[in-house]
Design a protein around this ligand. Sequence first.
Ligand code: 13P
Ligand code: SF4
Length: 306
Amino acid sequence: MTDQNIISRINELKQELNAIILVHNYQIGEVQEIADFLGDSLGLSRKAAGTDAEVIVFCGVHFMAETAAILAPEKTVLIPDPEAGCPMADMITAEELRVVKAEHPGAVVVAYVNSSAAVKAETDICCTSANAAEVVESIPADRDIIFVPDKYLGSYVQRTTGRKLILYPGYCPVHRKLMPEAIEEQKTLHPRALVMVHPECTPEVIDRADEVLSTSGMERLAPRSEYREFIVGTEVDMVTRLRRDNPGKRFYPASDLVVCPNMKKITLEKVLWSLEEKKYEVTVPEEIRKKALRAVNAMVRMGSGQ
Ligand code: 13P
Ligand code: SF4
């Protein structure tokens, strides 16, 4: 089957099943092109919460599909590859979070959305990279805050808000591959470029950036900016999207090593099989879902995001 045949069949099945395809910015180019909505974690969560479709095919990693299932339990949420996980989300379990909570009684728990439903159920409010600072600033100044699982996003939020956070030692192994030397090298090669990086990067990388943004923040900034060239410090397929949407500008990956292998597991064929066989359904036990929903809803309502 050619790509064109696969896409035609996907479109037919979408009509038949009343399905919508939600796609994260790190998906491969072919999958980005079949998106009904292409975006960051916050935008995708909002879309999942608001859609009238009966079936959501989630082209992203498991925690993203799970967040859609938390928000839209009456819909069928499918992930085309059940093995597409997020190693950062796996760095903390609900049990581990309960231990941290016991050590800091009364602290407010903020969980990055890159976490399991069970962790979200133990959380007061979730955040994404787009609204983490706003979420932290919404918490009364006299309250302690536990921030899990991303220590780099957490330390960036500490920096921007001036709030002291109790950090957990999780991180994204993909963004950690981006070294400050790679940014320096790209700056030498492209001295007129604006450097934009994701807040999952290390503080040493963030120190060398002009802008620290979620993936959709990058997407919004690129066309509006007076800059014509950009060094992009995040997953390489973000550059695929930026180049497609801004043909008059130039985008350089800060490093070719920043590839999320889990995001790459989803292909056009797998999206088709997902629709054909209604697989793989992502569900969350009702008891956990109800608890997690409070934290996710609070996040979805918070701010416009960057
Ligand atoms: P965004 O919400 O910025 O798209 O990031 C999600 C993610 O997993 C980054 O690694
Ligand atoms: Fe998880 Fe990092 Fe991949 Fe994002 S890029 S999905 S945080 S492993």
